[in-house]
Design a protein around this ligand. Structure first.
Ligand SMILES: Cc1cc2nc3c(=O)[nH]c(=O)nc-3n(C[C@H](O)[C@H](O)[C@H](O)COP(=O)(O)O)c2cc1C
Length: 187
């Protein structure tokens, strides 16, 4: 798959996850893609806690994930993305660690798409519970959680097609300016 294809096809579909195991090489490939992201001063502030196995996944989700997102208990793998705020570059008061982690996570999501896997970034979790259960040191923050799974046979394709059809994004005219703020692309 070409990069632009993966960008267009990636979507968040937590309700259509198969429990089919993800091969260790695929898991490794998506983590390696994440680690190839650029970061300020190459500090690579990301850390990933990979939770696998039905029991481990389900008890984690039941204890720490909120509301409708508990459907990710179906996934064979949950990746918990962490970062240490101190491991960052601050420029003009802007802490870049969340930016760096975002780049790594997008790489991860795109690599997963390329490998035929489904993801869904989720921020609605109980951070204290995740940290306690996964022994994450106090100085780290949990930034995002995503399931990593094969698509659920029989329902994924239609759901993905529908999600892509319904996808809403701000028009380029609204977000991209040329030469100066709010100046639109010449016709
Ligand atoms: C930082 C972040 C936090 C998110 N948190 C949640 C969440 O808690 N629950 C959820 O269902 N989706 C969550 N999402 C998924 C977004 O709702 C989704 O990416 C967005 O609607 C665009 O849809 P798409 O990913 O299918 O393109 C989150 C996404 C991001 C990037």
């Amino acid at each position: 798959m070409e990069t632009l294809d993966a960008i267009r096809k990636r979507c968040s579909l937590k309700n259509h996850l198969s429990d089919r195991p993800v091969e260790p090489e695929k898991l490794r490939a998506v983590l390696q893609a994440a680690c190839l992201a650029p970061s300020a001063r190459n500090l690579q502030p990301w850390r990933f806690v990979v939770v696998q196995g039905k029991e481990a996944v389900q008890s984690l989700v039941d204890a720490a994930i909120f509301g409708p997102s508990t459907v990710i208990r179906q996934a064979p793998v949950i990746i918990v993305v962490c970062a240490r705020p101190g491991d960052d570059v601050t420029i003009d008061g802007k802490e870049y660690y969340l930016f760096d982690v975002g780049l790594a996570v997008e790489n991860l999501l795109l690599a997963a798409t390329d490998l035929g896997l489904v993801t869904h970034p989720i921020a609605s979790f109980n951070e204290a519970a995740l940290k306690r259960l996964l022994h994450i040191p106090a100085e780290f923050r949990v930034v995002i959680v995503t399931p990593l799974a094969y698509p659920l046979e029989g329902s994924y394709d239609e759901a993905a097609a529908e999600r892509l059809r319904q996808r809403t994004r701000r028009d380029l005219k609204e977000v991209a300016y040329f030469n100066r703020w709010e100046e639109r692309e010449p016709a």
